[in-house]
Ligand binder design. Structure first.
Ligand SMILES: [Zn+2]
Length: 155
């Protein structure tokens, strides 16, 4: 993407910035190794969303990378049963929902990729189960239909 001239904005885990220091148009990195921090690392990403997902903001990037750390940190510290987990899952649900409404619903030629670098255990299915908290089955199917369609129709 970078070599094709895409403007890439990145917010979150500063490992990206250390690995690819010259690849991003706009950044705000957060140190990833303070595993006890469940909120500051994520607020530092979310505080950019209103602008980055506005029409003006969207006109300034071709790819937006948001690397949230709080859910991972909670998993490492307290596991899937941590009392901090439901609140963080609802927070992440709301972020995906905002991206869906502000970007995907307005431009079908957009790909949203939600991923993690590892699981927690077989009892917790991070991803679709989180979506079920706020969205009904039809809404989730619509999202995945759009995603499947978008994967085959890039940019
Ligand atoms: Zn981890």
């Amino acid at each position: 993407m970078h070599s094709n001239g895409w403007r890439i904005n990145m917010f979150g885990d500063d490992t990206w910035l250390k690995l690819f220091p010259d690849y991003f148009s706009k950044t705000d990195g957060t140190a990833s190794f303070y595993v006890s921090d469940f909120t500051i690392v994520d607020k530092n990403v979310t505080r950019h969303l209103d602008y980055e997902l506005s029409d003006e903001g969207k006109s300034q990037w071709d790819c937006l990378i948001l690397h949230y750390l709080g859910l991972d940190h909670i998993g490492h510290k307290g596991g899937p049963g941590s009392s901090n987990m439901p609140v963080k899952q609802f927070e992440m649900d709301s972020i995906v929902k905002k991206i869906f409404h502000d970007v995907l619903e307005k431009n079908e030629n957009t790909l949203l990729v939600v991923m993690g670098d590892h699981g927690m255990n077989e009892k917790v299915m991070i991803g679709i189960m989180e979506l079920k908290h706020q969205w009904n089955k039809t809404q989730i199917l619509t999202i995945f239909q759009k995603l499947i369609k978008l994967i085959w129709c890039p940019r």
